[in-house]
Design a protein around this ligand. Structure first.
Ligand code: KG4
Length: 342
């Protein structure tokens, strides 16, 4: 069995995966309430919470661990918040020693890239390798609070970054936009709910880098445009137009993601596409990318909602499914790299 530990940001999570059976248990403790009053995650507070939460979650898993010995402890090695990662690494190192298990470091972004394949493994663990081989090469879009990446997975499972944002991540754009609109952190899901009642054509926001041949994404101009728009309106006008503002703002993010995903899909001979990361919870994004990939005759695998945000299930799965993982002592990823796939 693989026991996975995730603590890269404000979620403490553990998961148990039996290679022949799939995910046996998944536990998560979120800190959203704690950080809401600060308008974002405070790293030192988050790491202190991990110290409390991880042993409590482990206690819940002990009956299963006693029945089925753990051979591998898989831990997120980065990218992420350093105090949070180090808490998870120290916890996992102690756990691996106590359980006499090997310790494997998992790259958080690689885990996101592999997460759309989790359902395929769950449906038929024995037939997984053959089923996945029929879907490679694969183009994955990872959209989270910290990263926005298009990643190609080759037939030999090597990963290559095809494109990424040059500034903010899509989730960051959602959260910063929400803050400007007076909505609490994290605002992505709140923008989506309000956008459902709005007209996306009432307010127009910039859509990053318009050139089709340029796959790079950009989201920082969007929040500046929203700020200028809001400066022209008083509080009552903002409240009255909240749904339309959210709809226009969300449309600019989703249209850009779709345009770049489509352009990247057309440049390679991909046999499947993938969508994962926290922003992949967005129902409009899921629906429009589903339509787009269907029109290209390419199946789109979407990570299940519980595997979109930070979770340990995808970390356990990556330890099993990603041959590119370094095996041996887990070490922290190089914090100077913003997009590190090692
Ligand atoms: O993957 P994740 O937990 O972030 C990182 O670890 O980086 O995803 C969190 C991000 C936040 O920016 C949040 O606002 C966004 O995902 N998000 C959404 C939705 N649900 C979560 N964005 C848009 N629509 C949603 N429904």
């Amino acid at each position: 069995m693989i026991l996975a530990v995730e603590s890269s940001c404000d979620e403490s999570a553990l998961a148990l995966l039996a290679p022949g059976r799939g995910l046996v248990r998944e536990l998560i403790s979120t800190q959203t309430e704690l950080h809401r009053k600060y308008g974002g995650v405070v790293p030192d507070l988050a790491s202190r919470e991990h110290l409390t939460a991880l042993p409590l979650l482990l206690r819940e898993l002990m009956p299963e661990i006693r029945l089925n010995p753990v051979s591998t402890v898989a831990v997120t090695r980065g990218p992420g918040l350093l105090p949070c990662l180090s808490m998870g690494l120290a916890f996992s190192r102690a756990l691996a020693l106590a359980l006499e298990a090997r310790l494997v470091g998992v790259n958080h972004l690689r885990a996101h890239v592999h997460s759309p394949f989790l359902a395929l493994h769950a449906a038929d663990p024995a037939g997984f390798a053959a089923a996945r081989a029929a879907l490679l090469p694969h183009l994955g879009l990872v959209v989270s609070g910290g990263n926005t990446l298009l990643v190609a997975m080759g037939e030999d499972l090597t990963l290559r970054v095809v494109a990424r944002t040059v500034d903010d991540a899509a989730g960051e754009a959602f959260d910063k936009g929400a803050k400007l609109l007076g909505l609490p952190y994290p605002g992505g899901a709140l923008i989506e709910t309000r956008a459902e009642r709005g007209d996306p054509t009432k307010f127009s926001f910039p859509r990053g880098i318009p050139e089709r041949a340029d796959l790079r994404m950009s989201f920082s101009g969007l929040k500046t445009a929203l700020r200028y728009q809001l400066e022209k309106m008083d509080d009552a006008a903002v409240a009255a137009s909240m749904a339309d503002l959210c709809a226009g703002y969300q449309e600019a993010i989703l249209a850009q993601l779709e345009a770049k995903f489509r352009a990247a899909l057309e440049t390679g001979a991909y046999r499947s596409a993938g969508l994962s990361g926290g922003v992949a919870n967005n129902r409009s994004l899921r629906a429009r990318l589903q339509r787009m990939s269907q029109s290209h005759g390419v199946p789109l695998l979407i990570a299940e909602p519980r595997h979109c945000g930070d979770n340990a299930g995808m970390v356990a799965f990556a330890a099993l499914a990603d041959t590119g993982l370094p095996v041996g002592e887990a070490v922290m990823a190089d914090p100077s790299l913003t997009v590190d796939l090692t």
